[in-house]
Design a protein around this ligand. Sequence first.
Ligand code: 4AD
Ligand code: MG
Length: 462
Amino acid sequence: MKGLRIRQVLREVTVGETIEVSGWVRTRRDSKAGLSFIALNDGSCFNNLQVIAKNSLENYDTDIKKVRNGASISVRGELVESPAKGQRVELVASSITLLGEVHDGYPMQKKRINLDTLRTLAHVRPRTNTIGAVTRVRHHMAMAVHDFFRGNDFFYIHTPIITASDAEGAGEMFQVTTLDVGDAPRTDDGGIDWSQDFFGRQAFMTVSGQLQAEIYACSMGRVYTFGPTFRAENSNTARHASEFWMIEPECAFLELEGNADLAEAFIKHCVNHALTECEEDLAFFDKRIEKGLIDALVAIKDTPFTRITYTDAIALLNKSGQSFKHPTTWGKMLQTEHEKYLTDVVFKGPVIVHDYPAEKAFYMKLNDDEKTVRAMDVLVPRIGEIIGGSEREARLDVLLERIQHHGLDPKDYWWYVDLRRFGTVPHSGFGLGFERLLMMVTGMKNIRDVIPLPRTPRNAEF
Ligand code: 4AD
Ligand code: MG
């Protein structure tokens, strides 16, 4: 790697030094005085470095005066104090090399392009202020995740991406097969003979690493997995992606209250990390994407999350006098409109709803009332659910009963059930949708804009 990163130049390098930088031209402006101002960005930070190109440069007329937005260049020169407002330094070029010129049809011109259009240009959209900032914040949030769990004595484990078990029991899995879909081998009764498939059985892309993380929690004590997960749910919303990243801690000797404490501390840690590490980018989001973002993040960091049972939440919704589209009868799952009412209108901050109706998922610990389970969702303003988790059913007999009750076959979960036979322990965990965390931290409104190359129904370009 040659030269310096612009972030370092803008912050640290002293005036008078001769340096080299490389990047992409954001804009070029020519002055009558026979020089050009080039705003150069290399992705390392939000701000551009201003490059001064004088007409005494040997390629001024042949290259510089023709350089277009988006072209890649290398610049050598002396760093000088900038007379311009808002920047400490600028670079007076002694030589500029044009590395890659821009052909006709470059879509990223100076005028603002809306985010919908940018999605169709995902190969060049990281060159915009917005997507560049999202990309940096995403990186810092991933680092914050590891930082938090390392600090709390968790092991980072890697759960498989291809799996045979439906962790959520919701049947929203993408199948993985090497069989010829047009001419698959058949069993005697005419069905597809999956025993001849690659894994000798049906296999799928994982919807969650939880069940496998439980294996490791029941031996290593505290683990987390952070990887891609896949859901074939046909919901084309601003908060659902078919491929998204999930962070799933799983912890032995932990009950639901401790699980909620862990989730709250985790979110606060990530928010604090964003506030301290991504100042420049957050200032941009606050100004251009979501007014009041920084104040809202500080409040999330500093205020305890509200905790409320599902039953109380339903009562509250019913008393609200609001007319919701979806029913608020006890037993129905909370919909986004309900979640947002709780976070944005009633409590004006994150809310942890716990003890949901027992229909939620087969692995959740059944309460003594036999109607509710020790589940929790963390809801945050603007977005709704950001975390789903629970204490796990650690009792062998109850778990077997729950699997059957949910219409699943205990044989498919034999190893999971075994964990309750061989030294079972109370344990809990949760899953945080990484993209939803990013939507919260950046104020971005659509999940498609916080993941580099989104996969959603009918869309897997790039
Ligand atoms: O609530 P979910 O389905 O919970 C689980 O998968 C558990 N097995 C997690 C666990 O306990 N280890 O998903 C967890 C989170 C949601 O709260 C949401 O933030 C995110 O994953 N999520 C999605 N994010 C983007 N697109 C989707 N289609 C998502 N589905 C869930
Ligand atoms: Mg959920």
